[in-house]
Write a protein that binds this ligand. Sequence first.
Ligand code: NAD
Length: 451
Amino acid sequence: MKQPAEIVADQHAFFMNGNTLDYLTRKEQLKKLKQMLKDYETEIYQALKIDLNKSTHETLTTELGFLYSELDFAIKNLAAWMEPSKVAAPITHKGTKNFIMKEPYGVSLIISAWNYPLQLALAPAIGSLAAGNCVVLKPSEYAKATSLILAEMIQNTFDPSYFTVVEGDKEISEELVKQRFDYIFFTGSTEVGKIIMKEASTNLTPVTLELGGKSPVIVDEDANISLAAKRIVWGKFTNAGQTCVAPDYLYVHEKAKFKLLKAMKKYIKSFYGKDPLKNDEYTHIINQKHFNRLEQFLSTGTVLHGGNADRELLAIEPTILDRISWNDPIMDEEIFGPILPVLTFNHIEDAVVKIKSREKPLALYYFGESDKTQQQIMQFLSFGGGSINDTFYHLANPHLPFGGVGASGMGSYHGKYSFDTFSHEKSILKQTTKFDMPFRYPGSKLAQSVV
Ligand code: NAD
């Protein structure tokens, strides 16, 4: 097996030869990637079942389906994205043409997380390849079966000097980050994100950091309670809560609480059955370490719904916890599991102040009917992105950039934003040779009048 330094050197040579620049070649590679996923669909469903007990429905909607949409969107729009964009010029630049070219950085490193192990590995890769880069992909070691299938299918489809997978743990990842990459795209925890940025600074390598945090869902007094309940249950318990943009905690108006929680219990039963632990379509926790971490939270506050767990299956019921205080440990770290603590407010202004006092979350969701309050919430609170009257549906729109702010990350991707993320914007001025404006030269009249 080649060492990281050798892999990166091969990719640099491949890139330097101009192999990735041509439009038709790039389009061809994206089509190959799509065909690869089609050819390996059965193995992909199996791998995600092994890693997370993901149902066919969840794998299709949140992993494969998402990637097919991103690929189709990129294939359709690539020519337009690659087109240099003309810009205006001031009068002092008379006779010039000015434009911005999108230039690939070169060799990119993509490090991904385990919770959507296929999507989070390949969605940035689509952007990087579309933009004309080479890719070294390091999937998460926690989703072993998916990591294995990613390595196999990419090895069987692409020249490793162009696109390759390096499997392995933290140590391998640390070694990779020390190499001279032209771009690093990282998805994972805020803690590791800081390490990546520090390492990248050694070579002044630009980074995108897709991190996590505690994303609140606020439900106001005037919300459509039944729809809010349904959409929150979907957003929280999809993938058993192991979603970076899952509502981490519920912040509900005191007057709406009883009705909302009653409706949420109804939807949990309707989506996952009376005994979710026995439901083969319900996603499990990734490993023992995370199961242990989550299990400790079950004794916080009062269990209002769920609360049972199966250590052997690594499954935890969709759980709602009441009587939670802001000082409980569950309110300190990102939960990243199927446990929803409930906090209440009496005045929306107080909720805003409380959320503002915490780290900027990756997502924020507001349920309420007043246009004015919706606008105020969106304006006063800083967060990566979010939805009004829904949970994480925003991330499936390729026209919206997806990313964090502050502790939840920097940079964004999806759709054209992925292409832009992996492209350097090169400014070009084309000067006329038909005449020459004299004022900038020493001794010109304007130069003298300025003096
Ligand atoms: P993690 O930070 O532990 O690991 C992510 C990746 O980094 C893995 O591939 C791992 O091998 C590698 N890694 C770990 N330590 C490293 C080090 N010291 N140096 C270099 N590489 C290292 O995160 P995780 O547990 O896989 O994922 C969970 C976190 O990711 C949560 O915080 C979640 O919110 C976040 N997340 C964010 C997004 C997003 O799009 N913003 C998506 C999914 C998950």
